[in-house]
Design a protein around this ligand. Structure first.
Ligand code: AMP
Length: 621
C-alpha cells in the first residue's frame, strides 16, 4: 500500500456517543488505545457551551443535566444530511438543543456561548471532537499529530464521507483515509486471530453502537481483507433504546402522577441518563431500579424495569437489526452456515437479547467476544493509519478491499429511470463508464443528474448533483457520450464525461452539491476553531490564576497567624498585607464582573512577592 503522507497518523473512531483514539506503537509492535486525561479509553462525543467556556468530552457530558439546551451530542446523526430529512426531523424533536434550517437546507445547531447566540453545523461540532481526540493523542505521544484515519459507518454516503473529511480539516487534521467501522473492527479481529486465518475465513461483523447500526461480511485470506457486502441503519442504536425507555416512563408518569414531562428538556435529559444506566445494568441483571431525585417539581421518580419488559419495548428494534443481518448475507451471496466467525462490536452489542437473536440466527454459533467492542474500531483505524504513515516497518502488511454502500447512477432518459453505473457492494476503488445518448436531434447540451440509492425511479433516490455538458457537436439523437464514475479509497465519487465521436473531454465535478462546505466556509471555520481554542486556553489560564490566587491568600492568611511573623512585621506592613489579602479576596468574590486575566495576574504577582517575603521570615523563625 502506498504511503500517502509524511509523519505519524493516528486512528480515530468518531462515534455517535463515544469516540476512541489509537496509535500504532512501532517500538512495542502493537496498537495502543490512548486513554484520555481521566484515564478512560473512550471519550463522550459531546460538546457544551456556557457563559464562560466551551467544554468537550467528559466535562461537557457531566454538566448536561444543568445546561441541556447548550449541550450538543449526536452531531454524527446530522452530518451530511439536510434539515428537511425525515431522520433529522425525528431526532430534532427528542434533542434538548435547538436545530434550525440554515442556507441550502443545512441543519444548524443553535447554542448560547458567552451570552451570544451561535449557529454551528455538524461538521464544526465533529471537528471539536476530532480536535479533542487529537489533543488526547498528542498529550500521550508528546508530539504534534497532523494526520488521521477516521472511521465512518459502512453505509455513510458520499456527502457524509465528504463532511467527515471537512470536519477533520476544520480541526486542522489531514484525514488520510476514511474507512468503514466494521472493516476497521475486522482488521482488529483478524490481527487478533492471525494464526488461525491461514485458510479463507468469512467474518460477519455486527456493530451496534450508540446511534448507528452497521454489519459487514468480510473474507480474510492471508493479508487480504475483502469486504463482500455491507448493510446498516443510520437510525438504530443504543440511543433509540434509551428513547424507548424514556417514552415508556413518560407514559408511566402521565398515568401515575398525571404530569406530562415531555416538554421539560431538563427532566427528559435526567430521565434519559437514568434510563441509559438502567439499560447497562440490564445487560447483567434481570431487573433494575430507575430513580431520579426531584424529576418534576419536588417529586422524586422511583420505578423499576425487568429485563423481560426491556426486551418487550425494544423488540421491534432488535428484529430490525436481524433483518439487516439477513440482507447483508443475501447481498454477499453467502449462506449463514458458511460464516466462520460472528464478531460483536459497539457498546449495544452487549445486550443479551441482541446476542441471543444473533446466536439463534447463526444456528447457535458461539459469538466472538475476544475483542473489546468499544475499542476494536479505533484499533483497526490505527493499523490502517500505520500502513499509510512514513517510516513504520513492523505493522502487519494487509490490504483492505472495501465496498461502496449505495448504488450510484444517472438519470438521463425521458422516463427518469435510475440507470445504475456502480451497483452497491462494488469493491472500491472503482471506475465505470456508462454511455449516455442524446435524446433530441442536434442537442447542444446534456444535463446529467447523479443519484445514489436503490430505488428504480431516479427521483426516489438521493440527488447528489447534476452537471451540464455544453457545446456538443450537431448530431442526430442517440449521439453517444461516455460518462465515467470513479470512486476512490475513501468512498468518494467523482464524475467525468467525454463526447465519444469528437474525443472532446470534459472533467466535471458535481456543480450543485451544496451539502458540502465550500473551501471559503472551511477556512472561516478553521479560523473560528482557532478562536475557540484560544478562548479555551484563556479560560483555563484564568481559572489556574484564580486558583493560584486563592492558594496564595490562604497561605498569606496562615502566615500572618504565625506569632513570630506577626511580631516581626511593623504595623504598616501588617496593614498593607491585610489590605492586599482583602483586595484579592474581593476580586475573587466578584462574580458579576468579568475581569480580564491580567487583573488577576497582577493581583497574584503582588501577593506572591509579599508571600515570598513572609516565607523568608518564616524560615528565619
Ligand atoms: P459505542 O457507540 O459503540 O460507543 O456504543 C455506545 C452505546 O453502547 C451507548 O448507547 C451505550 O449506552 C451502549 N452500551 C454500552 N455498554 C452497554 C451495556 N453493557 N449494555 C447495553 N448497552 C451498552
Amino acid at each position: 500500500m502506498e504511503k500517502e503522507d509524511q509523519g505519524l497518523a493516528i486512528g480515530i473512531d468518531l462515534g455517535t456517543t463515544y469516540s476512541c483514539v489509537a496509535v500504532w506503537q512501532e517500538h512495542l509492535n502493537r496498537v495502543e488505545i490512548i486513554h484520555n486525561d481521566q484515564g478512560d479509553n473512550t471519550t463522550p462525543s459531546c460538546v457544551a457551551f456556557n457563559d464562560h467556556q466551551r467544554l468537550i468530552g467528559i466535562p461537557a457530558k457531566n454538566q448536561a443535566a444543568t445546561n441541556p439546551q447548550n449541550t450538543v451530542f449526536d452531531a454524527k446523526r446530522l452530518i451530511g444530511r439536510k434539515y428537511s430529512d425525515d431522520i433529522v426531523q425525528k431526532d430534532r424533536m427528542l434533542w434538548p438543543f435547538k436545530v434550525v434550517a440554515g442556507d441550502n437546507d443545512k441543519p444548524m445547531i443553535v447554542v448560547n456561548y458567552k451570552g451570544e447566540e451561535k449557529q454551528l453545523c455538524a461538521e464544526e461540532i465533529s471537528s471539536m471532537i476530532l480536535g479533542k481526540m487529537r489533543d488526547i493523542a498528542e498529550a500521550f505521544l508528546e508530539k504534534p499529530v497532523k494526520n488521521a484515519v477516521v472511521t465512518v459507518p459502512a453505509y455513510f454516503n458520499d456527502s457524509q464521507r465528504k463532511a467527515t473529511i471537512d470536519a477533520g480539516a476544520i480541526a486542522g487534521l489531514n484525514v488520510v483515509r476514511i474507512i468503514s467501522e466494521p472493516t476497521a473492527a475486522a482488521i482488529a479481529y483478524g490481527l487478533d486471530k492471525r494464526s488461525s486465518c491461514v485458510e479463507e475465513r468469512n467474518i460477519f461483523v455486527f456493530d451496534l453502537g450508540g446511534g448507528t447500526f452497521d454489519v459487514s461480511l468480510l473474507t480474510i485470506k492471508d493479508k487480504n481483507y475483502h469486504v463482500k457486502a455491507t448493510a446498516g441503519n443510520s437510525h438504530l442504536g443504543g440511543e433509540d433504546i434509551d428513547n424507548n425507555m424514556v417514552k415508556y416512563f413518560v407514559e408511566e408518569i402521565k398515568r401515575k402522577n398525571r404530569v406530562d414531562i415531555s416538554d421539560n428538556p431538563r427532566a427528559l435529559r435526567r430521565l434519559r441518563t437514568a434510563c441509559e444506566a438502567a439499560k447497562r445494568t440490564l445487560s447483567f441483571a434481570t431487573t433494575t431500579n430507575v430513580e431520579v431525585e426531584a424529576l418534576f417539581g419536588d417529586n422524586n421518580f422511583c420505578s423499576s424495569m425487568s429485563r423481560a419488559r426491556f426486551e418487550e419495548i425494544n423488540l421491534e428494534l432488535f428484529e430490525e437489526c436481524m433483518k439487516t443481518v439477513e440482507r447483508c448475507l443475501t447481498d454477499a451471496k453467502i449462506e449463514k452456515s458458511s460464516v466462520h466467525d460472528v464478531v460483536l462490536v459497539g457498546g449495544s452489542s452487549r445486550i443479551p437479547k441482541v446476542q441471543q437473536l444473533l446466536k439463534d440466527f447463526f444456528n447457535r454459533k458461539d459469538l466472538c467476544k475476544s475483542i473489546n467492542p468499544d475499542e476494536a474500531v479505533a484499533y483497526g483505524a490505527a493499523v490502517q493509519a500505520a500502513l499509510l504513515s512514513e517510516g513504520i516497518k513492523n505493522v502487519p502488511d494487509l490490504v483492505i478491499w472495501d465496498v461502496t454502500p449505495l448504488s450510484l447512477g444517472i438519470s438521463a432518459t425521458l422516463d427518469k429511470v435510475m440507470s445504475v453505473v456502480i451497483p452497491r457492494n462494488t469493491t472500491i476503488p472503482v471506475k465505470r463508464i456508462e454511455v449516455y445518448v442524446t435524446l433530441e436531434d442536434n442537442q447542444s447540451s446534456a444535463e446529467i443528474c447523479v443519484y445514489e440509492g436503490e430505488r428504480k425511479r431516479a427521483s426516489d433516490n438521493n440527488l447528489l448533483g447534476f452537471f451540464i455538458l455544453a457545446g456538443l457537436s450537431r448530431a442526430p439523437r442517440g449521439h453517444p457520450l461516455d460518462v465515467t464514475f470513479a470512486i476512490d479509497e475513501n468512498g468518494i465519487l467523482s464524475v467525468s464525461a467525454e463526447e465519444k465521436t469528437t474525443g472532446k473531454k470534459n472533467m466535471i465535478t458535481i456543480t450543485n452539491n451544496k451539502d458540502r462546505l465550500s473551501t471559503g466556509e472551511i477556512e472561516r471555520m478553521i479560523q473560528e476553531a482557532e478562536v475557540y481554542k484560544d478562548e479555551d486556553k484563556k479560560f483555563l489560564r484564568k481559572a489556574k490564576t484564580k486558583s493560584d490566587l486563592d492558594e496564595c491568600i490562604y497561605k498569606m492568611s496562615n502566615f500572618l497567624k504565625n506569632e513570630y511573623i506577626s511580631a516581626t512585621l511593623c504595623s504598616e506592613e501588617k496593614k498593607a498585607f491585610r489590605s492586599a489579602i482583602n483586595t484579592a479576596t474581593d476580586l475573587l468574590d466578584e462574580e458579576n464582573v468579568e475581569h480580564e486575566i491580567v487583573v488577576f495576574e497582577d493581583c497574584l504577582a503582588g501577593l506572591q512577592s509579599m508571600l515570598e517575603r513572609v516565607m523568608d521570615m518564616g524560615q528565619i523563625a
